[in-house]
Ligand binder design. Structure first.
Ligand code: SIN
Ligand code: CO
Length: 373
């Protein structure tokens, strides 16, 4: 595989083998001449919206304060020591989406979002660790990072944000625009702005087994079939009426043991769960949708693109989009796999689509999941 400019001298395979989940990597000029994709005013506007996840962090005399968005007012830019964090910039900005998608040497299910932070001089979120891998791309101004592989990850108590009690950095770098620092999970770090600065965090997603287990049981609730009902034709007189009868316990245990699942159930569950939009993601369809006929004609000329908010995945014959799953035939799958991988479908590919696929595409268009290119 060829080198990605993003990873300096490394191919994605080399990066994954030697650094991913293992050790930090500083890449000077990962994106030479990088310019911020979103101006401060636009970022502040986004942070003021209900459906955008944002935080404002300020530090005074070693005391941290955190305010969750929507952020209707920000401290003046002349005031040092504050940070605004805006999650999911990729959901509302084409350029931010394109940047996140440069990291698609990691599968879509592992990509989370692009978070943008703006800080005034001295601002930061304090020494901490994250549970996920992260690439920290310097977008504007300078930030001094201090990092360390410490084992002691104990936190200061009663703080609104995670602050390491004992931070022992072993390395220090000042990042300039275009420089990027990769950190594996649980690596201690602290980034402090030197003058105004913006940092983009490319974040990854690794669901906990507990989260998956709980969601899987909910999924299975819709799938299980346990016909019949408890009966006790040979019931004997209850000596202790409040005690649950042994026979009832044994029978129920036996019935519950009949709940089974196979790889197919796990596939469908995972695809639906991992393509489910986040709680703050809402889709808006076109104000005046075209008719099915006009939509098909236009799509055959212009092609289609997935909405920035759409998560489309597949495995085997199963296709998943925004929490829904479909089992599709081989020919339809060819078309839908292209749409999922390329996140677009050109007019020529549309011509291969069956009536079933065209109808699904039309519904997704009406729902705002896909758009005419
Ligand atoms: C920041 O951009 O200020 C914080 C990013 C991080 O430390 O994870
Ligand atoms: Co962090």
């Amino acid at each position: 595989m060829k080198k990605l400019p993003l990873l300096g001298d490394l191919t994605p395979a080399q990066f994954l083998r030697d650094y991913w989940h293992k050790k930090p990597l500083l890449i000077r000029q990962a994106i030479p001449g990088f310019k911020p994709l979103i101006k401060f005013d636009k970022l502040a506007e986004m942070a003021a919206l209900n459906h955008v996840e944002s935080r404002l962090i300020t530090q005074t005399d070693g005391h941290w304060q955190m305010q969750h968005g929507p952020l209707s007012a920000l401290p003046p830019r002349s005031q040092p020591g504050w940070t605004m964090l805006v999650q999911g910039a990729n959901l509302f900005d084409q350029g931010a989406d394109a940047l996140l998608r440069q990291f698609r040497f990691v599968p879509d299910v592992r990509l989370d979002d692009l978070m943008i932070s703006f800080a005034t001089d001295g601002g930061g979120v304090g020494p901490h660790f994250d549970s996920y891998d992260v690439f920290l791309l310097q977008a504007h101004g300078r930030r001094r990072w201090r990092i360390g592989a410490q084992k002691d990850l104990s936190l200061v108590e009663d703080m609104p944000l995670k602050i390491l009690r004992n931070f022992h950095p072993s390395e220090e770098f000042v990042l300039e625009p275009g420089d990027m620092l990769y950190l594996p999970p649980h690596y201690a770090h602290d980034g402090v702005a030197e003058g105004d600065c913006m940092t983009y965090s490319i974040g990854f997603r690794s669901p906990s087994f507990q989260e998956l287990g709980e969601a899987f049981l909910q999924f299975m609730a819709d799938a299980i079939e346990l016909p019949g009902r408890y009966a006790d034709p040979d019931l004997e007189v209850a000596k202790h009426p409040a005690e649950i009868p042994r026979r009832l316990l044994d029978t129920v245990a036996e019935e519950l043991n009949k709940v089974r699942w196979d790889a197919e159930d796990v596939t469908i569950f995972l695809g639906e769960h991992l393509s489910e939009p986040k709680h703050n993601v809402f889709f808006t369809g076109p104000a005046k949708p075209l008719t099915m006929g006009r939509f098909t004609d236009s799509a055959a000329k212009r092609g289609l693109v997935l909405s920035l908010k759409t998560q489309m995945l597949y495995r085997g014959k199963h296709v998943f989009i925004n929490g829904e799953s479909f089992a599709v035939g081989r020919a339809d799958k060819v078309v839908l796999d292209v749409l999922a991988n390329e996140r677009r479908l050109d007019g020529a590919a549309m011509a291969q689509a069956s009536q079933d696929v065209l109808e699904a595409l039309y519904t997704w268009y009406q729902d705002g999941w896909i758009e005419l290119a």
